[in-house]
Design a protein around this ligand. Sequence first.
Ligand SMILES: Cc1ncc(COP(=O)(O)OP(=O)(O)O)c(N)n1
Ligand SMILES: Cc1nc(C(=O)O)sc1CCOP(=O)(O)O
Length: 460
Amino acid sequence: METQRRAATVRKPVVLTIAGSDSGGGAGIQADLKTMEALGTFGTSVVTSVTAQNTVGVESTHPVPVPEIEAQIDAVLSDFDVRAVKTGMLGTRAVVEAITERATDMSIPLVVDPVMVAASGDRLLEPAAEAAYEELIAESTLVTPNADEAAVLTGMEPEGEETAREAGERLVELGAEAALVKGGHVPGDRIRDVLVFAGGEETRVFDHPRVDTDATHGSGCTLSSAIAARLARGAALEDAVRDGISLLERAVRYPLDVGSGPGPVHHLVGIRERASRHPTAEAVEGIVDSLVEMDARPLVPEVGTNVVGATPFAEAPAETAAVEGRIARTRSGVRPNRGVRFGASSHVARFLLSAREHDPDLRFAANLRFDDGVESALSALEGAVEIDRSTEPAPDVEGSTMGWAAGRAFDRADGTPTAVFDRGDVGKEAMTRLLASDPETLVGQLRTVLEELDNGGANS
Ligand SMILES: Cc1ncc(COP(=O)(O)OP(=O)(O)O)c(N)n1
Ligand SMILES: Cc1nc(C(=O)O)sc1CCOP(=O)(O)O
């Protein structure tokens, strides 16, 4: 007799979002649940308002009656072991007051995102409810206003780090354990999010570059949900905020192209990045096999060749796969010194990541030898450009000049360069770097350059 399969039950911390529904799927309850699930928690929800909304704007909002909101809260809290709560769009003064009353009985972390106006400019909170927020903030573990919301709540205009700190201090005076005054609505190339604690603990400033996009729909919801999820998993508040900001940075850098207006942030970008690691490593292995099979000895420089693959959402060398110990020439061909591993490249990885700042479709790169023969072979590739490393600046904070090299190449190229070469400098071997958006293109480029070299450049 066949035995019945046993279920392998999975335990997850439960998080609760009390927020509005966004029919467009980018903000509100929909953003919250996606973010919570992506961070390994189980999301439950209390809908406060139903909005008819898309990427262009909010058509209408329909507040859920307070007794129905309370029934949802009861249903969730009476059954689940909820480890953290976040609030988003509450809509009306009656709802803010009802949630405040329930919050006074809760002994779990509460993150209050005081949603007032949608990114589209539509109001999501009746003006009469603004003052009622003071009492909800007093119950919160963390309140996460943007500059405009902080101004309404404190009467102070956060225009920079110092004024954001003052607004945060005012919010903790109201009773919040901490306040994160977000800098995204303050103009400038860099964003400074300021985290102020009650009790005199030192203020933290999270400084990061702005991504040039208006596709930020759902960013506040995603951040506050990520922080609540991390708190539910037991993280300290500062760590939860740091992780949430770092998740949001990536979610904003890779927004979703859906709808005709500014798209939402990519709530699931973290798990998509991890899911694409295995296929990326396999693609790099395939390129390495091709180099071995085509006997690429004439292409390998003294320092060795590395082949690098970035996941579609890579932001750091640790998110790029490369050959540990590079590929070396042997008497009979070329050989990878060790296997393919994430984080195994510094130079080519940084070059590729910097190139992706100019063309995010680029995924693969390899460094090759440069000499007169390679120079003439490169003319068979459209879009090879030269950079002069004798003019390069001092290394950046990570000790690399690869960011400069990629930037210089894009300045010089007409579009995306296929190959970037330099003639070397004191202590620096002359080098060629190939760039491609898929492994087949990179292998094709390698084959072309090798064949041109074999022919002595006769086809170019
Ligand atoms: C139902 C609902 N809740 C919240 C918002 C706010 O989201 P958004 O417009 O993207 O603004 P921020 O996330 O940047 O605060 C909404 N639009 N709908
Ligand atoms: C030493 C060196 N310099 C390169 C350049 O492009 O200037 S490529 C290279 C070798 C590959 O390095 P990695 O394994 O760190 O990617």
